[in-house]
Design a protein around this ligand. Structure first.
Ligand code: ADP
Length: 324
């Protein structure tokens, strides 16, 4: 016997396979093995649970398979029942979390090793009587400690937003005002590098239903990146426009640009473009958070266009909220 869900999942038709050994029915050796195992030992009290992987189509899915004997009240053995619960999503989450822990450890290891090495050299007296070298060692320790602090702050921020601890408070606001606000706050950092920020905002009122704090962070983060990865004297242009039933804003810079092979990884946590890593300090967490805020929290879309040596455009598209 099998229910229709089992037939669909394991791709068999009950009427055609009735009476055949299980291994000929399901193209899932792991499942057949669990069932056979119980069948052979079956004495009316068995129950076994195992996580198994079954390839369906060309996708491996994970199931929690519970296989147990079916007995009546005289303990006569009637057969075996197998219940499959799809745990693919849980497995993927486990894998992501393990990957994350491993990435975090990797990121923290380098600055920590450097702090330890320079602290040891100072303790061993390697720079005794040489204040300049002492200062250099202390500077390295400070820079590396700052880097770890940035990483931890970034991760805490991300964890709070991604786990939903930070309450999302959406309201209809003017996109232009949001962009202007963000650009204004980033003005001093741009001025420090003699970079101009030009506004080319739509003359229309573009309403968006967003959490203003979060969306301001997106604006500021994109402008901050544009400043970081653009050489002194460059130009940043912020634009907004209406495209069909969506609004878009973009931050364009005349900076370093992003190599084509880096594009698919750009929004991954901790990913930093090798060629640009020495241009400015960073954690590789900013764009991952930006994408999360735009796409998961607000149902928008983020896109990038870039040319090495010429500059980049980061474009955010959001649903338009019409005024009633
Ligand atoms: P980071 O903290 O390293 O700036 P992000 O996640 O914000 O991390 O960005 C990831 C990487 O993408 C950066 O390290 C940088 O190499 C590249 N990048 C981001 N924005 C730009 C830009 N406007 N121009 C060139 N490269 C950029």
């Amino acid at each position: 016997r099998a229910n229709p869900a089992a037939e669909r999942l394991l791709a068999f038709q009950l009427e055609k396979v009735c009476g055949k050994p299980i291994r000929q029915v399901v193209a899932a050796p792991a499942l057949a093995t669990v069932i056979e195992h119980i069948t052979q030992r079956g004495n009316g009290t068995q129950r076994h649970t195992e996580e198994i992987s079954i390839v369906i189509g060309d996708k491996p899915l994970w199931f929690k398979a519970t296989v147990g004997d079916v007995v009546d009240n005289t303990t006569e053995h009637l057969g075996i029942i197998t219940v499959l619960r799809d745990i693919t999503q849980e497995k993927a989450a486990q894998a992501r979390s393990a990957e994350f822990v491993s990435a975090v450890s990797h990121e923290i290891k380098t600055p920590l090793a450097s702090v330890k090495a320079y602290a040891e050299m100072l303790a061993d007296g390697d720079a005794d009587g040489d204040p300049e070298t002492q200062q250099k060692f202390l500077n390295i320790i400070e820079v590396q400690t700052d880097r770890m602090t940035r990483l931890l702050d970034g991760m805490l921020d991300m964890a709070r937003i991604e786990s939903g601890v930070v309450r999302v408070d959406k309201k209809i606001v003017s996109l232009n005002e949001l962009i202007e606000g963000g650009a204004k706050l980033m003005q001093p950092a741009a001025a420090d590098k003699n970079i101009s920020i030009e506004s080319r905002l739509s003359s229309l009122y573009l309403g968006v239903n967003v959490d203003s704090d979060m969306m301001s962070r997106v604006v500021m983060n994109l402008i901050s990146n544009a400043i970081k990865y653009t050489d002194a004297g460059g130009r940043i242009t912020v634009r907004s426009q209406l495209i069909d039933d969506r609004v878009a804003f973009e931050v364009e810079d005349t900076g370093r640009g992003i190599p084509v092979d880096a594009m698919p990884k750009l929004f991954q946590k901790f990913y930093r473009v090798k060629e640009n890593a020495n241009v400015a300090p960073g954690t590789g967490l900013g764009l991952s958070l930006v994408k999360h805020i735009v796409e998961e929290v607000h149902g928008g879309k983020i896109e990038v266009e870039s040319q090495v040596g010429k500059g980049s455009i980061f474009r955010v598209k959001l649903p338009l909220e019409r005024m009633n």
